[in-house]
Design a protein around this ligand. Structure first.
Ligand SMILES: Cc1cc2nc3c(=O)[nH]c(=O)nc-3n(C[C@H](O)[C@H](O)[C@H](O)COP(=O)(O)O)c2cc1C
Length: 192
């Protein structure tokens, strides 16, 4: 069951924008993030929830979508995220929390998918967003997680050519994401 949830927990970039996400679900996702493993248990990540339409409209233009699809400007109106979780590093606690954030953000995405909600991590964020939010100097905005009920199907495939891991859009609101096969990622242990 967990295995199936992990397979379904993909990056979604097109959503049913009008179907809003209950605030209790969003708080629950932050609780799940807070349960994640943390180096030295420092727990340096802070989170902000953005769920009101007018706030979501302010966040959207600051995000970079799908670098492998340069012709695609990102989700069109009506298919934009219904909420965002902003992930901020408290640099008074530590300077680098990347691995912690990887774990915490996966908890968020898994917890969301358990409710049928899709998400996408967005690290491509314009510097202007941090300024617009007038964050205290110690908080660094490093990741935005876009969330919404999916309006696309995401399908895992094997890379067509061995090294080509670029995802693509199919004709019918489908998105194909190549994952390297087990034989490529599992290496023999070089010990005698
Ligand atoms: C740390 C990190 C940063 C990412 N940043 C972006 C981003 O800025 N924009 C975007 O559209 N997708 C972003 N993604 C999503 C990846 O493109 C996605 O994980 C990848 O295509 C594989 O798809 P999957 O998540 O369904 O396995 C990011 C993913 C990770 C883990």
């Amino acid at each position: 069951m967990l295995n199936e949830l992990m397979r379904r927990t993909r990056s979604f970039r097109r959503f049913q924008e009008e179907k809003r996400i209950a605030p209790e679900i969003l708080s629950e996702l932050i609780e799940l993030a807070g349960l994640a493993g943390s180096a030295r248990n420092l727990q340096p990540w802070r989170y902000m929830i953005c769920r009101h339409k007018h706030h979501c409209r302010q966040i959207f233009p600051h995000l970079g979508w799908a670098g492998y699809l340069p012709e695609w400007p990102g989700p069109e109106q009506g298919e934009r995220p219904a909420a965002y979780i902003l992930c901020l590093l408290d640099t008074d606690i530590c300077r680098n929390g990347d691995i912690d954030l990887g774990i915490a953000s996966q908890n968020i995405l898994l917890g969301a998918m358990a409710h049928g909600i899709g998400g996408c991590r967005i690290a491509s964020i314009s510097a202007a967003l941090g300024q617009e939010l007038q964050l205290p100097a110690r908080l660094e905005l490093q990741l935005v997680i876009a969330l919404g009920y999916p309006a696309e199907e995401v399908i895992i495939v094997e890379p067509e050519e061995r090294q080509d891991i670029r995802y693509w859009h199919g004709p019918a609101h489908d998105h194909y994401v190549p994952k390297r096969p087990l034989a490529d990622i599992l290496l023999p242990l070089p010990l005698s």
